[in-house]
Design a protein around this ligand. Structure first.
Ligand code: IMP
Ligand code: MG
Length: 176
C-alpha cells in the first residue's frame, strides 16, 4: 500500500492535555498500588506511546510486557480478535494492568480480559488513554480513563489509520 497524505481537519486532544491526564493517571495508579508491584501489559501497537509516558509517572516497582492482538481492518471493526504475540511471562499471582490506547466497541478488550483472567492474576485492571463510550457494544469495566472522546476516528499519539499517523504528538481528526 502506498501512503496518500490526508489533511489534519482539527486537533481533538493537544499534547498538553495528554500530558495532564497522564500525570493524573500516574498519581492515581501509584496511590492505588502503593506497596505492590505492577505488571504492565502494553497492548500493541497503539499503546506504545502512552505506556512510555505513563510508566515515567509511576511510583511503584513495575515490569513490562507486550501483547499484540488485531481486530481492525481499516476503520471498521471486524469483530474478530486474533493473538499475534502473547506475553513473555506467566502472570499468575501478579497485579496486572492492561494498557490500552482506546476503548471503542470493547470487543478487543473483553476478549483479552477473559483470556488473561484464566491465567489467575492477583488482580487485573485496565487503563486507557481514550474512551469512546458511545460506541460500546460489550459492557466492560475500564478502571482508569485518560479522556472520553466523541464518536470520531482519531489518529496520533500512537493511534493509526492503516498503520500511519502514529507519530503525531497531538490527537487529531483527519479530513476525508
Ligand atoms: P474495540 O475492540 O472496538 O474496542 O477496538 C479497540 C481498538 O480499535 C483500539 O485498540 C484501536 O487500535 C482501534 N481503534 C478504535 N477506535 C479507533 C480510532 O478512533 N482511531 C484509531 N484506532 C482506533
Ligand atoms: Mg489498540
Amino acid at each position: 500500500m502506498t501512503f496518500t497524505a490526508k489533511k489534519v481537519d482539527r486537533t481533538l486532544v493537544s499534547r498538553e492535555e495528554i500530558r495532564e491526564f497522564v500525570t493524573r493517571l500516574g498519581k492515581q495508579i501509584s496511590k492505588d498500588y502503593e506497596g505492590e508491584e505492577l505488571y504492565l501489559i502494553c497492548v500493541l501497537k497503539g499503546s506504545f506511546m502512552f505506556m512510555a509516558d505513563l510508566i515515567r509517572e509511576l511510583d511503584v516497582p513495575c515490569q513490562i510486557d507486550f501483547m499484540s492482538v488485531s481486530s481492525y481492518a481499516g476503520e471498521k471493526s471486524t469483530g474478530i480478535v486474533k493473538i499475534n504475540k502473547d506475553l513473555d511471562r506467566n502472570i499468575s499471582g501478579k497485579h496486572v494492568l492492561l494498557i490500552e490506547d482506546i476503548v471503542d466497541t470493547g470487543i478487543t478488550l473483553n476478549h483479552l480480559v477473559n483470556l488473561l483472567s484464566t491465567r489467575n492474576p492477583a488482580s487485573l485492571k485496565i487503563v486507557t488513554a481514550f474512551d469512546k463510550p458511545e460506541r460500546r457494544q460489550v459492557e466492560i469495566d475500564v478502571h482508569y480513563i485518560g479522556m472520553e472522546i466523541p464518536n470520531e476516528f482519531i489518529v496520533g499519539y500512537g493511534l493509526d489509520l492503516d498503520g500511519y499517523y502514529r507519530e503525531l504528538p497531538d490527537v487529531v481528526v483527519l479530513s476525508d
